[in-house]
Every structure is written in structure tokens, then in C-alpha cells.
Design a protein around this ligand. Structure first.
Ligand code: FES
Ligand SMILES: [Fe+2]
Length: 454
């Protein structure tokens, strides 16, 4: 018998048959999207920006979160604020710059001026109003809730939401392992990438949770990586640099079918339900990591410095945490629409749909503040090489999910369902211990349905 996780129309599980399915309507239906906006995006904590983006008093950034335009700033007294980028006069756009430093913002429509703390300072036609009209009630509107965890600022449109700390639950430990990669603080590398993808936002979130596509979708990258590893091993040998500690053959063949399947079947716990719809999974890394694992595919000149960074990390956080932080890739998916991917670099990415079949993707990369210019250069190359919008990884992922989205167009004709059943065993239907299980996605979909049904 079917056991519906929520309404029978959207997510269903049949333990006896070992199936978990998601209706394809959820990627195409405007009504579903409207419900998501109301029941998820108006109630969950949403990533807004990083502390390092507001380096000094007066720094500001205009940012779109959940389709709304905000000013994310540090006021001239140093307090971080988020205001709707909307004039209290007649709705003009108060700040039209992407970023900068300002003690005041002047609406371009009729010239009202607001302080960096949001207070209304000047009404050009003030004489036409009663005395005292220019008061706090006409200042910029604050977002209902604004909280941060270790430099990651989140907003919530629900004034009654639980605290950010409670909401993040087990994800905090993973954020700690990102932040503690620095001796001082992590920093957003200036700039970022915004791009549109012709697919529903949930497809990108699923893609981030899903290592099952990697072997087939990213095969070009692995061929390139194998060549680079072979050439790099020869280069290192010519320079007398040892690569003995690396299983370069396995590394060159990483994700080749046999090895990949073995990883998928491992009983080692590498996938974690972090609570509240968040999940994470780890991989023993087989490529170079800017923190702090040199690899033969990289120039030997970086080896000594990365080994030193690793030694300092061991001294700072202990051998076990340092090993996990440096030698494993980490994918952290925070409900509903934030991915923090720590593999070829650290990527922070959000995605949001205004229409069911398209989304705006926003990406940034994070780095230790104290990193040397040489390693920073290597980090950015490594990041863009795979995770950048024109790298080896992202365009292939975009192609995969856009093709799926196009296919869903007919879903209403034939009542199509996506299958997320791997690992639904009668004794443990939410099993996600084995790497090959799709329980990782079921964590998201179960929470998604819970929000939509509430
Ligand atoms: S709408 Fe901003 S000053 Fe009129
Ligand atoms: Fe991918």
C-alpha cells in the first residue's frame, strides 16, 4: 500500500514495494511554485551574504533573495542590516549600485534620502508635509529577521521563525569545518557569478545532493583529470618531487566504473541527515584541494606550502578534524536552497525560481583570508576549472537538468513520477548510510512535503 509522505499528488512512498517517488508536476506547476513561495520561502532561513562582503562601516551590497531586492549593509556604526530596497515614499529603488560604500542612500525617483541605518533623513519637499512627518516610521523597512552563524548571514521573512542556530541544526558542524580552514577568518573572493538556468530550482538542489550523476555527466572532466595527473606525475618525477604518497593510478582512474561502484556500495558512513531537511555527504578526495591537499596534477611548486598549511591545521584543530577538512570533499545542502560545496574550491550557491521552469543561480567562492597570493591563484584556477559557470562541471550539470526540465513538459499528459527509491528497504526506508542510496534526496523531499502540507 502506498504510504504518502504528504498529498498523494506530490510525494509518495511504498515501503513494501521499495519505492519513493516525486511527481514531475512539482517542477512545472505554477500552483506548486506559489505554495513553495508562501510556505517555504516565507518561513525558512535564507542565505543572504557573508560578513566579509561588508568589510568596513558603510559597505553595502544590493542582493536578491527569494525574488526580493534588498540592501545588505554595514551601517556607519558597524551594525549589519538588511533593508528592502524599496522607498517608503512610492516604491522607488533606493539603491541602484551593486556594491560600494555609502553613509546615505538617495532614492532616484523623487530624491528622499535614507541613512545607512535606514532612517529617513531628507524629504526634498518637506515643507509640503505636516511637521514631524519625517520620522522613523518612514525609514527603510527592515527584513523581519536577520541572524548570522560564523559569518554566514541569513534572513527570514517570518518574524516568528525559530532561531537560525536551531534551524541550522547539524549543518553548523559542517560550517565550522569550512570556517576553521582559516587561522583568522574566511573571506568571499570579490565578484561572483549570477546566471539563469532553464530548470526548476529544486533540480539544482537535487543535483547538489546527487553523486550518482558524476560518473556519466562529468566523464570529460575525469578524462582531462587523468591526463593532467599522468603528465603532472612525470613532471614531478623530472623535478625530483616525490608523489609516492599518492595512489596516482587510482587517482587517474577516479570515478572509473569499478572504483566508483565500490564507493557507492561502501558501508562507511559518508552521508548525513543534518536535521530540518539539511544533509551532507563526504568523499575521500582524489584530486587537489586548495585546503590543504596537494596533488600530482598540480605544479610541484605548491607542494611544500600546502603541506605547511596542513601541518598548521593539525596543530590548530587536531589531527582527526584536519584530516577530514583537508582530505575529504564535502557537499552541504541546507534547506531549502543553499549549497556549500567544498571540493575543488569552496562554492556558496543559491537558486530561486520566479517561474517554474527557470531559476536564478547566484554563486560565490570563499577562501582563507591569510592565504598566500600563489595559493589563492591556484584556488581560483581549481574552482573555476570545475565549479565555474564555464568550467568542466557546471555546464554539464546545467545541460542535464535543463534536459530533464524540458522532458517534464509532458508530465501532465502521462502522470510521470521521478524515482528516488535506491535504498528504500523494508527494514529501513529512510536509509542513507550507504553511499549508493537516494535517502539523501528523500531527506529533502520529505521536509519539502512537510512544509507544503502544513
Ligand atoms: S519613490 Fe522614492 S522618493 Fe519617491
Ligand atoms: Fe555535477
Amino acid at each position: 500500500m502506498d504510504q504518502y509522505v504528504g498529498t498523494p499528488l506530490e510525494v509518495r512512498m511504498d515501503k513494501d514495494a521499495g519505492t519513493f517517488q516525486v511527481s514531475r508536476r512539482v517542477f512545472t506547476d505554477q500552483d506548486v511554485l506559489d505554495r513553495e513561495h508562501e510556505k517555504i520561502f516565507q518561513r525558512c532561513w535564507l542565505y543572504c551574504g557573508h560578513d566579509s562582503e561588508l568589510a568596513e562601516p558603510g559597505s553595502f551590497i544590493t542582493r536578491t533573495v527569494a525574488g526580493r531586492d534588498f540592501i545588505f549593509n554595514r551601517d556607519t556604526r558597524g551594525k549589519v542590516q538588511v533593508f528592502y530596497n524599496l522607498c517608503t515614499h512610492r516604491g522607488g529603488r533606493v539603491c541602484r549600485e551593486k556594491s560600494g560604500k555609502a553613509s546615505t542612500f538617495q532614492c532616484f525617483y523623487h530624491g528622499w534620502v535614507f541613512g545607512s541605518d535606514g532612517s529617513l533623513r531628507v524629504i526634498p519637499q518637506e515643507g509640503a508635509y505636516p511637521e514631524g512627518y519625517k520620522n522613523d516610521s518612514r525609514g527603510l523597512v527592515h527584513v523581519p529577521r536577520l541572524e548570522q552563524y560564523r559569518g554566514f548571514w541569513f534572513i527570514n521573512l517570518d518574524a516568528n521563525a525559530v532561531s537560525l542556530s536551531d534551524y541550522l541544526a547539524g549543518a553548523k558542524e559542517y560550517i565550522d569545518n569550512i570556517v576553521d580552514q582559516s587561522e583568522i577568518a574566511m573571506t568571499i573572493v570579490p565578484g561572483g557569478q549570477n546566471f539563469q538556468v532553464d530548470a526548476n530550482w529544486k533540480l539544482w538542489h537535487e543535483n547538489g545532493m546527487d553523486p550518482f550523476h558524476v560518473h556519466s555527466v562529468h566523464s570529460t572532466y575525469f578524462e582531462y583529470s587523468a591526463d593532467a595527473t599522468k603528465a603532472g606525475t612525470e613532471r614531478a618525477a623530472a623535478q625530483g618531487v616525490s608523489t609516492a604518497e599518492f595512489d596516482t593510478k587510482a587517482s587517474a582512474e577516479v570515478m572509473m566504473r569499478g572504483r566508483y561502484n565500490a564507493l557507492m556500495q561502501t558501508k562507511t558512513k559518508l552521508v548525513y541527515d543534518l536535521g530540518n531537511g539539511h544533509m551532507a555527504y563526504d568523499y575521500p578526495s582524489t584530486h587537489g584541494r586548495p585546503f590543504a591537499q596537494w596533488h600530482p596534477s598540480w605544479d610541484p611548486k605548491y607542494k611544500a606550502e600546502l603541506e605547511h598549511v596542513y601541518e598548521k591545521a593539525v596543530a590548530r584543530v587536531g589531527a582527526e578534524r584536519a584530516r577530514k577538512m583537508a582530505h575529504f570533499d564535502h557537499h552541504i545542502l541546507i534547506f531549502p536552497n543553499l549549497a556549500i560545496v567544498d571540493n575543488h574550491g569552496i562554492m556558496i550557491r543559491t537558486y530561486f525560481s520566479k517561474k517554474p521552469e527557470e531559476m536564478l543561480v547566484q554563486s560565490w567562492t570563499l577562501a582563507p583570508q591569510e592565504e598566500s597570493p600563489e595559493v589563492r591563484k591556484l584556488r581560483l584556477f581549481s574552482y573555476m576549472d570545475f565549479l565555474g559557470p564555464a568550467g568542466f562541471g557546471t555546464p554539464d550539470d546545467v545541460e542535464a537538468i535543463e534536459a530533464a526540465q524540458r522532458g517534464y513538459k509532458g508530465a501532465e499528459d502521462y502522470g510521470g513520477w521521478n524515482d528516488l527509491s535506491a535504498g528504500v528497504a523494508p527494514k529501513d526506508p529512510m536509509n542513507f548510510v550507504k553511499h549508493g542510496d537516494e535517502g539523501r534526496m528523500r531527506v529533502f523531499w520529505t521536509k519539502w512535503q512537510e512544509y507544503l502540507s502544513s
